[in-house]
Design a protein around this ligand. Structure first.
Ligand code: MN
Length: 538
């Protein structure tokens, strides 16, 4: 069973990370095979929560693009270089393929053989030499062992066709001769005495014991086959090591980790039928027949805390989304199959995951309760955000109980941990949580930064305005605003680009200076975007 990845959005916040962790725990407890992953670096706040409850940080997942390993290519289809040509041909025939990769003893890729190469060998006239193993000859000629003097056979083939006396007078047998002969005892005697490399006995011919003894002494290999001379001659060349016919040593091959989209691009130029598939250390993994690309198994994903392609992982269109759990407005995602989609109007995705635990009647362990609690507290600003619902409050109460923490106290520590300005540039502060909006062809961007240290920003407020001006001009935005939200004071300080002053003044119906504190303004979704939208709409 292939593992399903559960992922939150890009620039992961605490809710998106911990809801994936919680959901994965629940799914696995129900017998599924899932793993929570993150698609970006986790922030300081999430790090704090995971550490606090001793939960491992999910591994990073770069993309869910289709790779060759997700394809039913002919895995494990290759042949050792010391196997026979005949064996290679049989393998291709059985698998209905027109090529086969050849590998060395340790599976290192050696070369590619195709049916075309085979026909070349069969028509080639240089077929009197043989280089193979004793065992390959037994296999190809369906022969039995009579005398084995060496495991490897290399030499020149010849057939004893003449009359015995003519043969013995005319032909001088050499040490590397491989003689094909029937029950012709005078020739056999001549051959064993000459110490030839091998005798292939045709038609199950017998050899006299006295000749066999000489053969043993002179290291003459002997095998006996039921085939007649004609059939032996036809087949014996196929007993050669398959490596003797490799001509394509460096064919185009692919890594199992290569993306299918790249393979298709390359194939559009090359138009080969067969490509060897190897791993990083050039070990052969099998053969890709280009039509195999139709047999794909996309990676399975469950999206949490988002439902927009833009906010999701790279290659989402090549994956199979099997479920979405979210608390945001619906985006533009489409799927090919029906899926489970759970969207609830609650303060966090962690709250929905908590609900799922209840529905499935699975106990929530202490560490999972702790991180889910963190997700809710983070998204609802310790339940102070107007997005917090009764269900969120109920979840917080129960999860805090299981986790054994005072949620108010822990929540404040959690939020503080994430709001430190240490090591951040002004751009970092702006882009930390930054969203772009369009209304009536007008673009505006809102950055929101949670901190309890506005004094640090206030000291350099003019420099912040310069940064916002620069961003607005470079992108031709009507307004670029940074809302610095203080949870404890339950409000936000607003900083805006100079050109945006008018919009801001209209939005709040009064003179608003840089760094002005707006009481009660904490949610971008509920308190900020609607008021700006309304002004820019008109
Ligand atoms: Mn969320």
């Amino acid at each position: 069973m292939n593992k399903t990845f559960i992922i939150g959005h890009k620039k992961p916040d605490t809710d998106s990370v911990v809801s994936a962790i919680g959901l994965s725990y629940l799914k696995n407890a129900l017998g599924e095979n899932t793993e929570a992953r993150v698609i970006g670096d986790i922030n300081k706040e999430t790090e704090y929560a995971l550490k606090y409850f001793n939960v491992n940080t999910p591994k990073y997942l770069n993309d869910v693009k289709l790779q060759l390993r997700d394809i039913d290519y002919h895995k494990g289809f290759f042949i050792k270089d010391t196997d026979s040509i005949y064996h290679g041909y049989q393998s291709m025939l059985e698998a209905d393929l027109t090529g086969i990769p050849v590998v060395k003893e340790d599976n290192t890729f050696y070369g590619l053989i195709t049916i075309k190469d085979l026909s070349r060998v069969m028509i080639n006239d240089n077929i009197e030499s043989l280089y193979t193993s004793y065992d390959n000859l037994l296999y190809v000629l369906k022969a039995e062992e009579v005398n084995r003097a060496s495991s490897e056979i290399q030499g020149n083939l010849l057939v004893a066709a003449f009359k015995s006396t003519t043969f013995m007078n005319e032909i001088e047998l050499k040490k590397d001769d491989i003689l094909i002969v029937g029950d012709r005892h005078s020739i056999l005697e001549y051959a064993v005495n000459s110490g030839v490399k091998m005798i292939i006995l045709s038609g199950n011919s017998m050899i006299k014991e006295e000749h066999l003894e000489i053969a043993r002494k002179n290291n003459v290999n002997i095998i006996r086959t039921p085939y007649d001379t004609y059939k032996i001659s036809r087949f014996v060349v196929l007993a050669n090591y398959i490596r003797t016919m490799v001509s394509m040593y460096n064919p185009t091959s692919f890594l199992e980790t290569d993306f299918v989209s790249d393979v298709l691009d390359i194939n559009n130029k090359l138009k080969h039928t067969n490509y060897p598939v190897v791993n990083k250390s050039n070990k052969c993994l099998g053969l890709l027949k280009i039509t195999d690309l139709a047999e794909k198994h996309p990676k399975k994903v469950i999206l949490v805390d988002h439902n927009e392609k833009m906010q999701s992982i790279e290659g989402l269109e090549e994956s199979e989304i099997i479920e979405i759990i979210d608390h945001h407005n619906l985006g533009n995602l489409t799927t090919n199959n029906p899926i489970n989609f759970r969207n609830m109007l609650v303060g966090s995705t962690s709250t929905i995951v908590y609900t799922l635990f209840k529905e499935r009647q699975i106990d929530i362990p202490k560490d999972i309760a702790g991180v889910l609690l963190s997700g809710i507290l983070s998204d609802t600003l310790v339940l102070k955000s107007p997005t917090a619902t009764t269900i969120d409050r109920e979840a917080v109460r129960e999860l805090a109980n299981i986790a054994g923490v005072d949620y108010q106290k822990y929540g404040m520590e959690l939020l503080k941990s994430g709001t430190s300005l240490e090591g951040m540039s002004k751009e970092d502060v702006l882009y930390n949580d930054y969203k772009l909006y369009t209304v009536n062809d007008k673009n505006f961007a809102i950055g929101q930064f949670f901190t309890m240290n506005f004094e640090e920003i206030e000291k350099e407020i003019d420099d912040y305005v310069d940064v916002l001006d620069k961003v607005a001009e470079a992108n031709n935005y009507n307004l670029v605003a940074l809302y610095v939200t203080d949870i404890v004071k339950n409000g936000s300080y607003v900083i805006y680009n100079r050109r945006g002053a008018n919009t801001i003044a209209l939005a709040y119906q009064k003179e608003v200076f840089e760094g002005y504190f707006i009481d009660g303004c904490v949610s971008r979704k509920k308190h900020i975007v609607p008021v700006i939208m309304e002004i820019l709409e008109n």
